[in-house]
Design a protein around this ligand. Structure first.
Ligand SMILES: Nc1ncnc2c1ncn2[C@@H]1O[C@H](COP(=O)(O)OP(=O)(O)OP(=O)(O)O)[C@@H](O)[C@H]1O
Ligand SMILES: [Mg+2]
Length: 427
């Protein structure tokens, strides 16, 4: 802890090593994952021994250590091989190339990640700057050919890690071919092992049988952590990241139990919450994190999560949410479907002034509105005026959503928040 005159300094510092709380920090010890570590080690053993590599598919919910465990074992394998090689004559050494691809990084605007885009990614990972290829303009087979020729120029064993592999979508060509590339005659010099990682249960279920056969040779399941496991993981992290006097065991327990309850056992959420709590406490000049700091950090994370999940919606749903926002701002919610349709239509026209896109019909819009209800963004109220009065629905934002969050989501997507006239939109 230290004092300073700068406006950027806090009177008290609680965090001694912020890096340890960063997303991309690889822990020096993996806790509570003995089974997964053992299974995964078996998958990688052949590489260490210089035998043909195996393939594996890792799955489990978000934040449960899939990426962390993979990075940890990759580092270990690379280190141990280096040590082994240093005692061997050159011709007996095992050469390992690891290509780590996060498939999420290949989703750019309209270009959804696909086998094609990921193959382009692999090529560019292996090529020097200036010699890279673009993500469009090649016939798919050409891209695969270029990829195989680049891979074959390497030596020994190649381990391709495809993290967030579910982002690759329906076309799983690459997942089928890559693990079999040598059998299929695409490669002669090198051997390839593929590790696929996914948190999407549907993706795993829908993989084609031939992919299941090859890539999912070994499947390693990562179950969610329970509150006790989260406490262990978090205690270790807190020890490294925070000054001893900055927190108590009670705070670690509270953070773990909140992450367990609200984020189904995600260690990521627990670590984020700890970091948020520490930052809030520091901002207030507190000597120690207390429960109010944790609660406040928790609220902030929830808020951010909702804004993010609004921003993830497709255009139609974003237009509807903006329509409802404007009705909400002039107290016209709950509103009937046709009122929402009117407001939605004005939004669509405002954002497509060139007429390139027309509003959906009320029925078409209603399908999207129903999804928003299902996702918990919007509530539906049944109105019933007795036998003669008829029946209809009205809609309003759920407690989680408000116009401010929708606006932030628009900004997050790089969209202006245009003013929409609500006069003349009837109730
Ligand atoms: N067993 C563990 N021991 C120590 N730290 C862990 C453990 N499991 C997870 N973590 C930490 O929790 C955070 C989230 O883990 P990780 O990124 O591996 O999740 P993931 O399963 O890959 O999630 P996603 O599916 O969202 O990518 C990371 O900071 C990671 O270091
Ligand atoms: Mg991950």
């Amino acid at each position: 802890m230290k004092n300073s005159d700068s406006i950027f300094a806090d009177d008290v510092e609680l965090i001694k090593d912020a890096e340890v709380l960063e997303e991309d920090y690889t822990p020096d010890k993996i806790l509570c994952r003995d089974d997964a570590l053992a299974d995964f080690t078996d998958v990688l053993k052949p590489i260490y021994k210089g035998r043909p590599p195996q393939n594996a598919f890792l799955y489990g919910d978000t934040g449960v250590g899939k990426t962390a465990v993979t990075k940890y074992l990759r580092n270990k394998l690379v280190d141990d091989l280096e040590r082994k090689n240093s005692n061997l004559p050159t011709d007996e050494q095992v050469t390992l190339n690891v290509i780590w691809i996060n498939c999420e990084n290949f989703t750019t605007g309209e270009h959804k990640t696909s086998s094609y885009q990921v193959a382009v990614g692999i090529v560019n990972r292996l090529r020097e700057q200036g010699n890279r290829i673009t993500g469009t303009g090649y016939a798919p087979q050409d891209v695969y050919d270029i990829m195989y020729s680049e891979l074959d120029d390497l030596d020994g064993t190649i381990l391709v890690v495809l993290d967030e592999v579910d982002k690759i979508g329906d076309d799983d060509t690459l997942l089928y071919e890559l693990p079999r590339s040598r059998d299929m005659g695409y490669l002669e010099e090198v051997r390839v092992g593929v590790i696929g990682i996914s948190n999407d249960y549907t993706f795993r279920k829908n993989l084609s049988p031939k992919v299941k056969d090859s890539l999912c040779e070994t499947e390693i399941k990562f179950a969610p952590y329970d509150a006790t496991e989260l406490t262990q993981i978090l205690s270790r992290r807190a020890e490294l990241a925070l000054y001893d006097s900055a927190y108590t065991k009670g705070i670690i327990d509270l953070v773990s139990s909140l992450a367990y309850k609200e984020a189904s056992g995600s260690a990521r959420r627990a670590i984020r919450l700890l970091r948020g709590s520490a930052e809030i406490a520091e901002g207030e000049g507190a000597e120690q994190i207390d429960e109010t700091h944790v609660r406040e950090a928790d609220k902030k994370i929830e808020y951010g999560n909702i804004v993010e999940s609004i921003a993830d919606q497709d255009d139609e749903k974003l237009y509807i949410l903006k329509g409802i926002s404007h009705l909400d701002l002039v107290n016209k919610t709950p509103a009937r479907t046709r009122t929402i349709h009117e407001a939605y239509s004005r939004v669509v026209r405002a954002y497509n002034e060139d007429g390139s896109k027309d509003p959906l019909t009320q029925r078409g819009m209603f399908n999207h509105l129903s999804k928003l209800v299902m996702f918990g963004f919007v509530n539906t109220i049944d109105r019933n005026k007795g036998a003669s009065g008829g029946q209809w629905n009205e809609h309003e934002f759920s407690d989680d959503v408000d116009p401010g969050k929708v606006k932030e989501a628009y900004e997050g997507r790089g969209l202006d928040w245009k003013q929409i006239e609500t006069r003349g939109v009837d109730r």
